[in-house]
Design a protein around this ligand. Structure first.
Ligand code: TRP
Length: 332
């Protein structure tokens, strides 16, 4: 059993890309590993959110992850700012994190380019906070995509630097969880690329979308021209429809549309309505559960409290031991 940590960015409602790309893996992992999943609300302060917006988006994420099946009894699900030990470890790690190496992190360089008027110290030290998130539970596995590799390298470096400096074997090295071929591709509805909110809300299907919304969005999904010769290769937009179908439809349904493609008798309108119908059936129970959890303030409070307690117990132990190693000793 591995100790797993993953931070969830609190950005709006979850779409099928988030669901099949990350959440479904979390659901599996919580049964097999010692998992810590948290909402990264401290990280979000780099963009200076309005207090009411911050609270609402944290609550939103919490509701949707709980509704989708993250179980506070099976994993440790918590809010980052509920665990002050993370901030304390972050401060300690900052003493050995160097300006030069932080400035070279690709995500920082990207932010300098995209928001030159808000290059704050929190952005520069974002990887240090992320390191604290991970090593505070002595995690060895982090289920993140390729875009986070530089951050994980920083986590290994800073953990090793601590170990070397104090001649201890205290922090293990965290590595990305490699899902290998299990990584599913969830295309957007714009005919190209992955499903993402930044391509427009109409190109993504959210877990909260009702049947009418799903149907409307699927109707407008981009498609190419109809095939004119048998067994032709599929253009990207059509392959995308088949990829979406793969996620929510039955084998028989998929086989049916595959053969209509091969025979050039395919009707994209029919296929899109079939996907909409199957998507709706897939999402309906989750959508219903989101409504229930959203209304159950007591359940949410209980879940958060259990998570906070479990996360703090683990974090406090690490920080206590790290401080002793550093030379902070009690006088009483
Ligand atoms: N940086 C991650 C992202 O952008 C979020 C994150 C913050 C995280 N702290 C983490 C992920 C710790 C894994 C572990 O998605």
């Amino acid at each position: 059993m591995e100790t797993v940590v993953s931070g969830i960015r609190s950005t709006g409602n979850l779409h099928l890309g988030n669901y099949f790309g990350a959440l479904k893996n979390f659901l599996r992992m919580q049964n097999e590993h010692n998992c810590y999943f948290f909402i990264a609300d401290l990280h979000s302060l780099t963009t200076h959110p309005h207090p009411a917006d911050l609270h609402k988006s944290v609550r939103n994420v919490l509701v949707e992850y709980l509704a989708a099946g993250l179980d506070p009894e099976k994993c440790t699900l918590y809010i980052q700012s509920d665990v002050p030990e993370i901030s304390e470890l972050y401060l300690i790690l900052n003493m050995n994190a160097y300006k030069g190496e932080l400035e070279r992190v690709p995500s920082f360089k990207e932010k300098v380019r995209s928001q030159p008027n808000n290059v704050n110290a929190g952005l520069l030290t974002y990887p240090v906070l992320m390191t604290a998130d991970i090593i505070i539970h002595k995690a060895t596995k982090v289920p993140v995509g390729k875009d986070q590799e530089a951050h994980l390298e920083m986590a290994r470096n800073l953990g090793n630097r601590f170990n070397n400096m104090y001649e201890v074997d205290f922090f293990p090295e965290p590595y990305a969880f490699n899902f290998g071929e299990q990584l599913v591709k969830v295309p957007g509805l714009d005919g190209k690329g992955k499903m993402s909110k930044s391509s427009g809300e109409h190109t993504a299907i959210f877990l909260t979308d009702d049947e009418a919304t799903i149907t409307k969005k699927m109707k407008r999904a981009v498609t190419d021209m109809s095939p004119t010769e048998a067994n032709a290769p599929k253009p990207e937009s059509i392959q995308n429809l088949f990829d979406l179908m793969q996620l929510v439809s039955s084998k028989e349904t998929i086989a049916h549309f595959e053969s209509t493609w091969k025979e050039c008798s395919i009707r994209y309108g029919d296929m899109k309505m079939q996907i909409a119908k199957d998507m709706n059936s897939y999402i309906a129970p989750i959508r219903q559960r989101i409504k229930e959890v959203d209304a159950d303030t007591e359940f949410i409070a209980k879940a958060v409290k259990i998570g906070e307690e479990k996360a703090r117990a683990s974090a406090a132990k690490t920080v206590r031991e790290a401080k002793e190693i550093i030379g902070f000793r009690k006088f009483y």
